[in-house]
Ligand binder design. Structure first.
Ligand code: OFO
Length: 169
């Protein structure tokens, strides 16, 4: 059974994963509106991944005999000035999630709850991958820039990254 502190913290993280999923789904919608199909698919896939992160936490909480409790989810931002801004937001968002995961890990460690500590290692590794991926996309997007056909090439590059991620799954 989880401590009350840890159960509460894991429930908050579950909610945050829901929020991440909705944020990426919203971004996918924005990209679709702008005719950026590659970016739209990329975010759609990430929305699904975040939902899987949420589900994993939800199941873990219940498996320990604690109670997974859903809460209201803040609406995600839905207006963006450009695709560059979108990728800046995603990178900053993932960095914030990493901090939250790290703080969960340190609570589990302090409480000597090594089962939860072990469970959270999956998220630690996942955050490393996600930060790396979003940083790589952001670097590419900034490098290509918005001049001329920039938007077209950005969309193509992101589509390639999306396809590569699909293959490696
Ligand atoms: Fe994008 O990360 Fe979930 O945990």
């Amino acid at each position: 059974m989880l401590s009350t502190t840890l159960a509460k913290a894991l429930n908050i993280q579950t909610n945050l994963e829901f929020f991440s999923s909705n944020l990426y789904l919203q971004m996918s919608s924005w990209c679709m509106q702008k005719g950026l199909e590659g970016c739209a698919n990329f975010f759609r896939q990430h929305a699904d991944e975040e939902r899987m992160h949420m589900q994993k936490l939800f199941d873990y909480i219940n498996e320990t005999g604690s109670y997974a409790v859903l809460d209201s989810i803040n609406p995600p931002q839905n207006e963006f000035s450009s695709v560059v801004e979108i990728f800046e937001i995603t990178y900053a968002h993932e960095q914030m999630i990493t901090k939250e995961i790290n703080s969960l890990v340190s609570i589990a460690f302090e409480e000597q709850d090594f089962s939860t500590f072990n469970f959270l290692q999956w998220y630690v590794a996942e955050q490393h991958e996600e930060e790396q991926l979003f940083k790589a996309v952001l670097d590419k997007v900034e490098l290509i820039g918005m001049e001329g056909n920039g938007l077209f090439f950005i969309d193509q590059e992101v589509a390639k990254m999306h396809n590569a991620a699909q293959v490696s799954q």
